[in-house]
Unconditional design. Structure first.
Lengths: 361, 545
């Protein structure tokens, strides 16, 4: 199927900025897909969204919407001609218009007699039937957001863009709104690009995640791929609690303080020393006063789990979580080992990467 | 799909029609100013300057009047704002309205009543001599004329220009700064000096610069209080000696000084100011305790001099006939009411026209890139022209280009537009800037053209600001004196003219009734201005639960 949106080598570099805000970005959005643009603040994700909406123009590269060029080579479609829905971070509801009028504003291309049905349909989709005569300030934050989504979806655009859609909602409401948004998008059969800086949110809602850092696309793939097989050390660290443990090559094996690992390919393994990515679910520990290889440095209580920070004898740190009935004091000597059977990623320098599987002892 | 379009700037860039109208507005504003400067430069060398002693007097008087009245109104405005917004002053809610009321009183009316009360052998001195042991000349009432009197009268009338922005900062600004200082153990004296005053200095400075601009340009006060300044000298040359080249020449230093102040104001504007955050809570007022009475007396003395004195004098005059000659110079009441309604209708029309014309330059001011900003600035050229000079330049241009326009209302309308357009652009800019950019962007991304977004989103949301701007224009135009005196066609009377004619001959009681009618006419627009000041217009709804 033809991609809904295609970005080809898109660069945005305002004359006032020293570095490009978006640097040579290429990606595709497939029909029905939810793509999350993830990155820390200043990574260019909101700018990318505004480039697609036509609120800013790229300095190089081309943007295609449903196979038609929307911006590139000095020509650009104005935002109103792009048929792209947008939900702003502050929702941007027109404060002087009722909910109905806000939605009607988006439907001016439809004949007058069709508009009431479309408005009701949009309100039903987001579960706000009956609130059409309210003014925005008479609605709660969650309701305002749903009006913004209804307004963006009402003209049935092939894609809607959402800028930090959950950042203005409190934590309790967030999970609920997230799953609701997914089902709304599925029902409307609309593709979506969502911008967020929250990796947990990205993992939960995305079909695919595009990870941006300083304007550069680091990795694009399914949430599982990004979490388990990060391409760069930045990606590894950004996607969740990550520790890097030094490993030494020893023939077809790697040795580490946590135990040996089996190499899968050897063309990058010519280096003597590399780093392996360890997440808290890859290791476990038990107290051992006789042959410890680490001791407990910190303990944080997280309700169902205790989060332990362990200091290895070499001084390197790893994290590990144990159920809340395993309460050990800080300073306890422990033995920590791999418990995972899936391959772990190791890095040579910042980027080059391969995998190795822990050898069960 | 819509047509291909080449766009290079931002999406808030206004459509072509806005540019075309703005270009016309800028031309109207620029041509008279430019032509006056050309005529003045031509006159250098050919037209004799006034003798140096007189010129020196003009320079010194004009500068001192501007500086002193700005300083005094700064002191008055900041004191009032601090007492009202930061202490438990008795009747704070009423004071808020009372201290803004002098905006409705034209400085020449206050001059007139002050002269009657305070001149040697005036009402107050006569009362003192009759009722106490004082004799004539014990108290130097003759100081009233000249610089001291002009300074006090201007400062009393113009102090709202300082009070209003400073009070707004104190009311809206983040008080966390002051609270954190209090928690850190700073005394109120220390907080005032190191937290509150730095916070209000940009607002107070901006207000004082406005007072300076007004004082440089003011004609009525120095004319009545016999202080020779550039404004009165230009007026004299223009009317008495009918020496237009000389008048243009004298305008040059005034234009340059005004331009300098405007550049200064530009640089001050936008600095500091108040950031409004959602967690704003009103600050606990400072308890005055034993200082309640002194503070209240200060407030009463200022407002007594600026409001109670002039208004009660006007009412007394209009009910008591003093002499036969003054009775003879009185215009019948029904004729005055007729002039008043005509005047108010005319001013309402020109204020509406000016507000409408101000929309396009304001849109370009921050959305049109460098070219747009330039065009908007050019349309503010009238700012650099005192009323006397605006009138002069319009006469010069119309005589040169289209003499058939002279004698009608068009020159006067043009003068009001050129003189007050900058004020309109400034207040509209504030209104437009309060609209979140995302609202306009949302409008565009929902498929509406830039034109539609301006019509359906920007203008309706800016309506409270448009209204306040209109009201301020109405007030200024109703009070305007020199341009009206010089440009009004034969038979066209305004209240300002009806006040001025007898007042300049010393027949104050004849001026009392038109002055009272003017005050009543000014109350409605003033109420609109105050409502906008004290009531924040509905904005982006809060996104909190």
């Amino acid at each position: 199927m033809e991609p809904v949106i295609t970005l080809q080598h898109v660069t945005r570099h305002p004359s006032t900025a020293r570095h490009p805000i978006v640097n040579d970005l290429s990606l595709e959005l497939h029909p029905g897909e939810i793509l999350v643009l993830l990155g820390p603040s200043g990574s260019g994700k909101t700018t990318t969204l505004r480039l697609i909406a036509g609120l800013e123009l790229p300095d190089r590269g081309e943007i295609m919407i449903r196979g038609v060029s929307a911006a590139g080579r000095g020509r650009a479609l104005p935002p109103e001609a792009r048929r792209v829905g947008m939900v702003f971070q502050d929702y941007a509801l027109f404060p002087h218009m009722t909910v109905n009028d806000n939605i009607r504003f988006a439907l001016h291309a439809y004949p007058k007699h069709e508009q009431p049905d479309r408005i009701n349909e949009a309100l039903r989709l987001v579960g706000l039937t009956g609130l059409g005569e309210r003014l925005p300030h008479q609605l709660s934050g969650g309701q305002q957001q749903r009006v913004a989504i209804a307004r963006a979806l009402a003209p049935q655009p092939p894609v809607i863009l959402l800028d930090e859609p959950f950042s203005n909602l409190d934590t309790a409401l967030r999970d609920h709104v997230r799953s609701e948004l997914r089902s709304i998008l599925r029902t409307a059969q609309t593709s979506a690009i969502i911008v967020t800086h929250d990796q947990a949110e990205a993992l939960a809602i995305a079909d695919r995640i595009a990870l941006l850092h300083e304007g550069v696309l680091h990795q694009i793939g399914t949430p599982e791929e990004l979490f388990a097989q990060p391409c760069t050390r930045f990606a590894a660290a950004f996607m969740g609690q990550a520790d890097f443990v030094t490993v030494h090559r020893n023939g077809q094996q790697l040795s580490s303080e946590l135990g040996p690992l089996q190499l899968h390919d050897d063309h990058v393994a010519c280096y003597e020393q590399t780093c392996i990515l360890v997440r808290h679910d890859d290791v476990s520990f038990e107290p051992n006063a006789h042959h410890p290889n680490a001791h407990i440095l910190e303990r944080h209580y997280e309700g169902p789990m205790y989060h332990y920070r362990l200091r290895l004898q070499s001084g390197q740190m790893v994290s590990c979580k144990l159920p809340h009935d395993n309460k050990f004091d800080v300073g306890t000597p422990v033995v920590v080992r791999y418990i995972c059977t899936h391959p772990l990623v190791y890095f040579i320098g910042e980027n080059a990467r391969s995998v190795a599987t822990p050898i069960a002892l | 799909m819509a047509d291909w379009q080449i766009i290079t700037g931002n999406t808030r860039k206004p459509p072509k029609v806005v540019w075309i109208i703005a270009l016309l507005v800028a031309a109207v504003a620029l041509i008279p100013a430019l032509y006056t400067i050309i005529r003045a430069v031509d006159a250098i060398g050919t037209t004799p300057l006034p003798p140096w002693p007189l010129l020196r007097t003009l320079i010194v008087n004009t500068i001192l009047l501007a500086v002193f009245s700005a300083a005094l109104s700064g002191i008055i405005g900041v004191t009032q704002a601090l007492l009202i917004e930061r202490t438990n002053l008795f009747g704070r809610r009423w004071w808020r309205i009372v201290v803004a009321l002098p905006l409705a009183i034209p400085p020449y009316v206050l001059s007139m009543t002050t002269i009657a009360l305070m001149r040697p052998r005036g009402i107050i001195e006569r009362w003192l001599v009759e009722n106490t042991y004082a004799t004539y000349g014990d108290i130097p009432f003759n100081l009233l004329f000249g610089l001291p009197g002009s300074t006090i009268v201007l400062a009393l009338c113009l102090s709202p220009y300082v009070y209003l922005p400073v009070a707004a900062v104190l009311r809206q600004g983040s008080n966390h700064l002051s609270e954190i200082a209090q928690i850190s153990g700073a005394s109120w004296r220390y907080r005032l000096r190191h937290v509150t005053l730095p916070l209000i200095i940009p607002a107070a400075g901006g207000g004082m610069l406005l007072v300076m601009l007004y004082a440089l340009a003011d004609f009525g006060v120095p004319a009545l209080l016999r202080l020779p300044t550039f404004s009165t000298a230009i007026y004299g040359r223009f009317t008495g000696q009918i020496d237009r080249a000389g008048a243009a020449l004298l305008s040059l230093p005034l234009i340059i000084a005004t331009l300098g102040l405007i550049i200064l104001e530009e640089r001050l504007a936008g600095r500091g100011g108040a950031q409004i955050n959602r967690s704003w809570r009103p600050q606990l007022p400072h308890a005055l305790q034993g200082w309640q009475l002194p503070a209240l007396s200060v407030m009463l003395i200022i407002s007594g001099a600026a409001l109670v004195g002039p208004v009660s004098t006007l009412i007394y005059w209009s009910m008591n006939v003093v002499s036969a000659s003054e009775l003879a110079s009185r215009v019948p009441l029904d004729r005055l009411l007729q002039i008043g309604t005509g005047n108010i209708a005319f001013v309402a029309f020109v204020a509406t026209l000016t507000t409408a014309l101000a929309i396009t330059p304001t849109l370009l001011l921050r959305r049109g890139g460098i070219a747009g900003t330039l065009l908007a600035r050019i349309s503010q050229a009238g700012y650099a022209l005192p009323g006397v000079v605006v009138a002069l330049s319009i006469v010069l241009v119309i005589n040169q280009a289209s003499p058939w326009l002279a004698g009608g209302l068009i020159p006067l309308i043009l003068a009001y537009i050129i003189r007050f357009l900058p004020q309109a652009v400034q207040s509209l800019d504030v209104a437009f800037e309060q609209i979140a950019p995302s609202l306009e962007e949302a409008g565009r991304s929902l498929g509406q053209t830039a034109n539609n977004v301006i019509r359906q989103i920007v203008l309706p949301l800016a309506a409270p600001g448009l209204q306040a701007s209109w009201a301020l224009l109405f007030l200024s135009m109703l009070k305007e004196l020199p341009a009206t005196l010089l440009l009004r066609p034969a038979g066209f009377d305004t209240l300002a003219v009806r006040i001025w004619m007898p007042a300049s001959d010393g027949l104050y009681t004849a001026a009392a009734v038109p002055a009272l009618i003017l005050l009543v006419g000014a109350l409605l627009p003033l109420a609109l201005v105050l409502r906008n000041q004290y009531q924040r217009p509905p904005q982006q709804p809060s996104v909190e639960e």
